[in-house]
Design a binder for this molecule. Sequence first.
Ligand code: GLN
Length: 308
Amino acid sequence: MINIEAILNEIQEEIQPYLYQGNIANYIPALAKVNPDQFAMSIILFDGSSYNIGCCDTKFSIQSISKVFTFTKSLNIYSKELYKRVGKEPSGNPFNSLVQLEYEKGIPRNPFINAGAIVVTDTLLSHYKSKDNTFDNVLNFIKNISDNQNISFDKEVCESEYEHGFRNLALANLMKSFGNIDNCVEDVVKTYFKNCSIAMSTKELARAMLFLANHGVDPITNHQYITSSQAKRVNSVMLTCGHYDASGEFAFHVGLPGKSGVGGGIVAVVPKIMSIAVFSPRLNSWGNSLAGTKALELFTTKSGLSIF
Ligand code: GLN
């Protein structure tokens, strides 16, 4: 078996020069206030043993990582029907792009770009009826898969994003004009922002992802959240679409299903072995954590644990 502790210690050293490269997300003003030089990495195995470096207990805004959880929930409710409203192909475009959506008639390419996650939120809103009930169900799901009741959202980030959320409102309005948003646009976008503003540490995120490394069953509690077929789909879409127009880049360098967020977090799954979360707020030009991506690349290179 590989020595995870030794590998993490090497990463801790080798990652240092990368911590000062890239830029923090500033289009959400509340996110721009975060200390940009932070770094954390957490790994958890199926027996619950965990390995951590850096500020692994610091909570940060999970942002688009929430899209993994909302897609999982909606897939569980609607099954294949969901794909009538959102695709499963990489977009090759930035996460907040409007262009493709116009010529593809309001059907987003996949659930991990903003437009896709907004449609997914709309499906959840239709199912759970109200904004509050929808958010409570999303948050409860995250608490359950994390086996941790102490998870909440950051009101300041949520409000800050809504005040500056013109592009996401534009995406939602455009989709509404094509008939692909059933609920009130404002309710859908507000709920989407609230999901994005959920705050978690790398330790908590790694734990939350464990069921996806194990065919939909939490290996610690043995609870089945989704079928193994659904878990396969969520992992596949993470591999092909989890990093927007840098998904190929991430697969090439890291070789794992993964999902990033503009808060600087990335989650990744080593099927049947472990889940990983990293955090470093400075982003590369595609909006993915620069040092976080590098840390994952170092990990799969040193451990030989990629899916390829
Ligand atoms: N809440 C962010 C947005 O909609 C999420 C984007 C991201 O994490 N890539 O812009």
